[in-house]
Design a protein around this ligand. Structure first.
Ligand code: XLS
Ligand code: MG
Length: 345
């Protein structure tokens, strides 16, 4: 296997017990300690957190208690030799976020979302990361006429500015997704994320996270999204997984649905130098619901294996031959070159 310079990361939610909208968990819910140990054994160096992964039942606790628990978690991570890669406010569970968080039509609820996210910045600081991931789950509409995209954009800028002002070091990494749970999201693509960054008080501290499945749900090639974001130096994290077409968010193991698309993502990372500033490769993947207890970790182990194999493919790609075919505009044979390289023939 190729030696990689990449650092890998997952979140506690990636050890999911199999619950979906149609049925209950099918595997035992594992403790945080179990997940931390498993992550380490799998050779992952980082862990992603939602604010309430870091501090459970967060809304029932005082600010002081929240910070004390975050500090205790940092000690536990240090002891385990694991880095907190990012923290993300979970703005889609609370009763105050039913109609959206930063873009709710209710000003009190918008304030709740801002206050909760400011607290997430404080947790991030305690955990030693400057990345606040914003997956804006409910910032969109089910009904076009219920909101205004222009006003929503203003609300989002107001919220981002409040966070940038609250913490002078924090970097906001927007994780766009075009739909689900919303019909239409207000920041559906990497282009939207990077465009809204320019409207904020400190554009340099607003960037993005690409998730393969989210790009695919937008009808984009995630490799192109990676190169686009990297050309702005704004790709600060990455959630690799896979997705079979325009369906529900599947979070399949990396490469599971389309190996060539996965290969091109790895190649895009290599071409752009992603990871050279310490950025992590995270796998936002879930076990298939059918996964038995004893195979609980295979989706993580396999995603990493596939990544490392594809790294080797990216590093042994016949660049000269490809360049010759490109110069000759012989894309027909370029296509076959890629296929045969991937097939190993
Ligand atoms: C959901 C998102 C979520 C984020 C973190 O679709 O991928 O898992 O990565 O909030
Ligand atoms: Mg994700």
């Amino acid at each position: 296997m190729a030696k990689s310079q990449y650092r890998f990361c997952v979140g506690p939610w990636n050890f999911s017990a199999g619950q979906d909208p149609y049925g209950p968990p099918v595997r035992e819910e594992k403790s945080f300690d179990w997940k931390l140990k498993a992550l380490k054994e799998l050779g992952f160096e980082g862990m992603m957190f939602h604010d309430d992964d870091a501090v459970p039942d967060i809304d029932s606790k005082s600010a002081k208690q929240v910070l004390a628990e975050a500090r205790a978690l940092k000690r536990q991570l240090d002891d385990a030799g694991v880095v907190a890669e990012m923290v993300a406010p979970r703005l889609w569970f609370a009763p105050q976020t039913v109609d959206g968080a930063f873009t709710s039509n209710n000003p009190k609820h918008r304030q709740y979302a801002i206050d909760r996210s400011k607290q997430t910045c404080d947790i991030a600081r305690e955990l030693g990361t400057d990345i606040l991931v914003l997956w804006l789950a409910r910032e969109g509409s089910y009904l076009r006429e219920s909101k205004s995209a222009g006003q929503a954009t203003e609300h989002l800028v107001t919220a981002f500015d409040a966070l940038l002002k609250h913490d002078k070091k924090i970097r906001l990494a927007i994780e766009p997704k075009p739909n689900e749970p919303m019909d239409h999201a207000y920041l559906p693509t990497i282009g939207h994320a990077l465009a809204i960054a320019q409207q904020t008080r400190d554009p340099k501290r607003v960037g993005c996270v690409i998730e393969s499945a989210h790009s695919l749900l937008s009808g984009h090639d995630p490799a192109d999204d990676i190169e686009f974001a990297m050309s702005f130096k704004k790709l600060w994290s990455l959630h690799l997984n896979d997705q079979n077409g325009l369906k529900y968010d599947q979070d399949k193991p990396f490469g599971s649905a389309n190996l060539r698309v996965a290969f091109n993502q790895v190649r895009a990372l290599e071409r752009t130098g992603y990871g050279k500033n310490g950025e992590f490769v995270c796998f936002d993947v879930h076990p298939f619901r059918t996964t038995r207890e004893e195979h609980f970790l295979q989706h993580l182990a396999n995603s990493k294996r596939t990544f490392v194999h594809l790294l080797k493919k990216a590093r042994t790609y016949p660049e000269k031959e490809a360049a010759r075919l490109i110069a000759d505009r012989n894309y027909q044979d370029l296509d076959q070159l890629v296929l045969e390289h991937l097939m190993g023939v």
